[in-house]
Design a binder for this molecule. Structure first.
Ligand code: ADP
Ligand code: AMP
Length: 215
């Protein structure tokens, strides 16, 4: 099964992805995580992506697609994948659908988390991210069991992402409305999108996502 977990920055995609991937035994492909790994390793791609990321802009489509195509071609993605943070433009969506078709794969569903902008700002301002395994927390809504220590990998490098500053968050939300929200309309037209209420307890949102996938 190939699924897209769609939504604005801060909607809860990363938070929900791990349980979904576990339930359906499929890998998570999160383009933001891939770019952050490149930033951490100071690769050429990381250096290129940094400027876009820290200005709340999207990395150019051709760069993103090259990366995603190569990741999707790896053997662990052959049986299905959960995409998180991709596609973010209609052009990316079209490139992906063309590739799926040419490789005999199918996009099964787009699960779109719906969360109002003001809640996104609160969530992103309080988000903390593990630099080592990318797990995310929230200072109030979802703190790690021991402050500053990652529940998942034990790292003590649980920090605020550079692009989670209030100023960059506002830019990222504006970028979402301008460039990414048309992707939802695109998938809706094709009857592939299920809109899921993203407000409420994390466990309630998880139940709604499972229900949307089963329905
Ligand atoms: P995304 O991957 O869509 O950018 P995240 O999953 O990182 O978003 O979530 C953004 C922030 O919101 C994190 O701090 C996370 O802990 C918090 N969060 C996620 N889901 C909820 C929820 N249902 N209610 C409140 N806070 C949430
Ligand atoms: P995320 O972790 O999904 O919030 O992504 C962090 C940043 O990485 C974004 O603000 C973009 O600059 C970049 N990025 C991630 N995914 C994409 C994508 N599909 N297209 C373009 N840029 C992306």
């Amino acid at each position: 099964m190939n699924i897209i977990l769609f939504g604005p920055p801060g909607a809860g995609k990363g938070t929900q992805a791990s349980a979904l991937c576990e339930a359906y035994s499929m890998p998570q492909v999160a383009t933001g995580d891939i770019f952050r790994a490149h930033l951490k390793n100071n690769t050429e791609l990381g250096q290129l992506a940094r400027g876009y990321m820290n200005n709340g802009q999207l990395v150019p489509d051709e760069v993103v697609w090259k990366l995603v195509e190569s990741r999707l071609s790896e053997p662990d993605c052959a049986g299905g994948v959960l995409l998180d943070g991709f596609p973010r433009t209609v052009n990316q969506a079209e490139l992906m659908l063309g590739w799926f078709k040419s490789t005999g794969r199918e996009l099964n569903r787009v699960l779109a988390l719906i969360v109002p902008d003001e809640e996104l700002v609160v969530r992103l301002a309080g988000r903390r991210t593990c630099l080592d395994c990318q797990a995310t927390y929230h200072v109030q809504n979802n703190p790690p069991a021991v402050e500053g220590v990652c529940d998942r990998c034990g790292s003590t490098r649980v920090v605020q992402r550079e692009d989670d500053s209030e100023e960059t968050v506002r830019l990222r939300i504006a970028t979402y409305h301008r460039e990414t929200s048309p992707v939802l309309a695109f998938f809706k037209e094709q009857g592939l999108a299920s809109e899921v209420e993203g407000l409420g307890e994390i466990s309630d949102v998880a139940a709604r996502l499972r229900q949307a996938l089963q329905g």
